[in-house]
Design a protein around this ligand. Structure first.
Ligand code: ATP
Length: 375
């Protein structure tokens, strides 16, 4: 797929800016805080309806404005598509395809695919499990758009169950006795929806692991072997929904007292972990900086390949200020992999760290205070 053009109106620091993309690689160069990452964020939003920098639309709409929008024209093998996303500082978003407003946001997902790679991604290895859950969820949203809806339903059930547990908190003045009948209703909901989330995550990890393990071996010159393991909060011996649901409810029973003491839900996919081990050693605690960087690069290359194989077309690659951080060997690996097949948008503060091969095949644009111009 190829993103032909993008039009940002009252989005972050862009008032009204159109951009046309004319080469497989576009380098956006500019000083700090000029709007480079904001542009990549707009593309990420079209692909996933999520931003890894903010989950409030109010932050995305230009300060002082009520409404902002992102419009794009995307070429796919099946033809061109016009995508539209309207964000509101208060109120719901609207999405459209070819000028037609869609009733459900999940119908919008799956039109454009993108893999984002920024320095924040090191947190995928170093940070807490929430980063890894967000990573797999964002990937799943692109592989199986309906997952976005499922996750939303799970989060809602979780929130309501937590609210019920909190109501009975003896620390609050208006404490009321725990409504066990109501809790049982939420237990059942949580187990049903949670089981569906767990099975999909397990499936996605099983699919991405061989790709990532291949790239890790390749980048490390076969000196290292990576293993990715899903560690769900509910034991999952077999991919059988009835068994997982039973195990889910059983674990809720086991943790009932702890939940009433802590007033929060302790069982479910919101407590899942994804473990990365390199040569049988946990990468999070013991990986060197170099190993962690190799791992993140391997994961990103794996995402590209997996999305490509599922969607049937190469996704876009968004490199937010990471190229300069990669050593020449890793830069080459990335370049070799993407060649001209994956349209790539790259942000940087200076061009000197770029290999001449990158510059030759790139369109270079400058970004100054929310204005984009050819370099
Ligand atoms: N909602 C908003 N309304 C107006 N301006 C905004 C909004 N959100 C962010 N900005 C502005 O956008 C700029 C940051 O842009 P961005 O994050 O894209 O920086 P960048 O060019 O990628 O810089 P760096 O190299 O530091 O990452 C800041 O000047 C910030 O004040």
């Amino acid at each position: 797929m190829f993103l032909r053009s993008l039009h940002l109106r009252q989005f972050r620091n862009y008032r009204d800016q159109a951009v046309s993309f004319a080469a497989p690689k576009t380098i956006l160069v500019g000083d700090n805080a000029q709007g480079k990452s904001n542009l990549l964020e707009a593309v990420e939003l079209l692909a996933t309806l999520r931003s890894h920098r903010s989950n409030r639309d109010r932050d995305l709409v230009q300060q002082g404005a009520e409404e902002g929008s992102i419009a794009a024209r995307l070429d796919r093998d099946s033809g061109s598509v016009d995508l539209g996303l309207v964000l509101r500082s208060s109120g719901r978003r609207t999405v459209s395809l070819n000028g037609q407003t869609l009733k459900r946001q999940v119908e919008f997902l799956g039109t454009m695919s993108a893999v984002e790679f920024s320095s924040l991604d090191l947190e995928l290895v170093r940070g807490g499990p929430g980063h890894r859950r967000q990573w797999i969820d964002t990937l799943l949203t692109q592989l199986e758009p309906v997952y976005a809806h499922l996750l939303q339903q799970y989060t809602l059930a979780l929130r309501q169950r937590n609210a019920l547990l909190k109501q009975s908190s003896s620390r609050t003045e208006a404490a009321i006795p725990l409504d066990r009948a109501q809790l049982a209703v939420w237990d059942a909901q949580l187990a049903t929806l949670g089981t569906r989330v767990i099975r999909r995550r397990a499936r996605a990890i099983a699919r991405i692991a061989p790709f990532a393990e291949f790239w890790h071996r390749d980048i490390s010159g076969s000196r290292e072997s990576l293993e990715i393991r899903y560690a769900p909060s509910v034991p999952m011996e077999k991919d059988d929904p009835t068994l997982i649901q039973q195990a889910f409810l059983e674990k809720i029973r086991q943790r009932a007292i702890a939940e009433q003491v802590q007033h929060t839900t302790l069982v479910g996919p919101h407590r899942d972990e994804i473990e990365f081990t390199i040569n049988h050693t946990p990468a999070r605690q013991y990986g060197s900086q170099g190993q962690q960087r190799t791992l993140v690069l391997a994961l990103k290359l794996a995402e590209l390949k997996l999305i490509e194989s599922v969607v049937g077309e190469p996704p876009l690659l968004l490199l937010d200020d990471v190229l300069a951080e990669l050593d020449p060997k890793r830069q080459h690996k990335l370049l070799d992999t993407i060649q001209d097949r994956f349209q790539t948008l790259i942000t940087t503060t200076h061009l000197d760290s770029f290999d001449s091969q990158w510059l030759r095949s790139s369109q270079v644009l400058t970004v100054v205070a929310g204005q984009i111009a050819p370099a």
